[in-house]
Write a protein that binds this ligand. Structure first.
Ligand code: PLP
Length: 403
């Protein structure tokens, strides 16, 4: 149903002038000349695939997040699969995750032949609720996969305590949270394994790419084998030792991240602090402005957390508005604001409904959030004008549909 705007300013969706002339995307990579030069240097070298840049990137990444080991993968999804393998998920096991995440968080459980289960989320942070988790955890549970939604870490101490009581592995989906802090500790150094993505909208990009960090040597060993066909040594080690002999000791995949991608990652990682500072400044400006706009709920930040702000998701106060999320979304797009929605709850995807028998109503907090969420543009390269355009457009649209 098409609701009628109540304000005098003509919305772009109704033929008015858009706030911006060109579309501002919700996320975008920043690639600079030094990033390009570092990739070109590797393209001119001997190693394109697993060479010296892989271990250099892994070491720099492990140090940055405060973990003992970091293992690079060809994507965040491959890294999640690796972590599910290292945690020894197998048919008959269950792993519990949040319904409000990207499907890959739950899919990695299925890749191992195990069964994903869900526990509802906290109404403030939209992260896995430890109380709900404690109700669902059982003798079949082998892993828990909390996600740091939008870059705000979940309550990991409570989750780890529960997991330890049940002998369960905690794999944090930290794909949104590179650079976040929880109780003074860095994301990537807290859970048993933490998984990152280097997709272009993330804080650090390698085009496609991922990483698992851990303090446990046995996990790191298992992850390294898994990404390389389950083979016990890497080609470069054999080359250096003048050996050809190798053995496949487990079923693995080719999930390797090439050397030139790692060179880009190394270069990007050096700029992480500047990237985080910019995102935090944008989030502070957004939240101050949106608190003044009726109908908008700003993302919650717990006092013991410093989020990484991969996303900036507002929630609409639908009772105050004469339009639903779909209408507000279309109106913002018409103003040339590249909004997005994160996420359709995983259990509502047709595949999950068919495979696991999930249905609407199973996770009401996640479903209520989903109906009201809109992700606004948030990336390091946004200028002040871009930020003010987003604020102006949200104000214009929400006021127009205010009851
Ligand atoms: C929460 C979450 N998990 C997993 C992934 C998968 O990462 P990738 O796209 O690198 O495979 C993403 C990225 O899109 C993500 O946002």
């Amino acid at each position: 149903m098409r609701a009628t705007p109540t304000s005098q300013v003509a919305l772009a969706i109704d033929g008015g002038t858009p706030v911006r002339e060109t579309l501002l995307p919700y996320g975008r990579q920043s690639i600079e000349e030094d990033d390009i030069a570092s990739v070109v240097e590797v393209l001119r070298s001997d190693w394109l695939t697993t060479g010296p840049k892989v271990s250099e990137f892994e070491e720099a990444f492990a140090e940055r997040v405060g973990a003992k080991y970091a293992v690079a993968f060809s994507s965040g999804t491959a890294a999640l699969h690796g972590a599910a393998f290292a945690a020894r998920l197998k048919p008959g096991d269950e792993a519990i995750t949040s319904p409000l995440t990207f499907a890959a968080t739950a899919n990695c459980v299925l890749y191992q032949g195990a069964r994903p289960a869900f526990a509802d989320i906290c109404a403030d942070t939209l992260n896995l609720d430890p109380g709900r988790l404690s109700e669902r955890i059982n003798s079949k549970t082998r892993a828990v996969l909390p996600i740091a939604y939008a870059g705000h870490p979940a309550d990991l101490d409570a989750i780890l305590k529960l997991a330890d009581q049940h002998g369960v592995c905690v794999i944090e989906d930290a794909c949104h949270a590179l650079g976040a802090e929880y109780r003074g500790r860095r994301t990537g150094s807290i859970a048993h394994m933490s998984v990152f993505s280097f997709h272009p909208v993330k804080h650090v990009t390698t085009g496609e790419g991922g990483m698992v960090t851990t303090d446990r040597a046995e996990f790191a060993k298992s992850l390294r084998r898994f990404r390389n066909h389950g083979i016990s040594s890497e080609a470069r080690e054999r080359h250096a030792a003048g050996q050809w002999h190798y053995e496949m000791v487990a079923l693995g995949y080719n999930y390797r991240l090439p050397d030139f991608a790692c060179a880009l990652g190394i270069s990007q990682l050096k700029k992480l602090d500047a990237n985080l500072a910019r995102r935090r400044a944008i989030a502070a400006r957004y939240s101050a402005a949106f608190r003044q706009i009726p109908g908008v709920v700003v993302p919650a930040v717990r006092t013991d957390v410093n989020p990484a702000w991969h996303l900036y998701p507002i929630r609409l106060e639908l009772a105050m508005l004469s339009a639903d999320r779909a209408q507000i979304f279309r109106a913002l797009r018409a103003e040339n604001i590249g909004v997005n929605v994160h996420y359709i709850p995983v259990h509502l995807h047709p595949y999950y409904r068919a495979q696991l028998g999930c249905k609407p109503g199973d996770y009401p907090v996640a479903e209520d959030a989903y109906e009201r969420l809109i992700s606004l543009p948030m990336f390091h390269g946004m200028g002040e004008r871009d930020v003010e355009d987003v604020i102006a457009a949200v104000g214009k649209v929400c006021l127009a549909y205010l009851k």
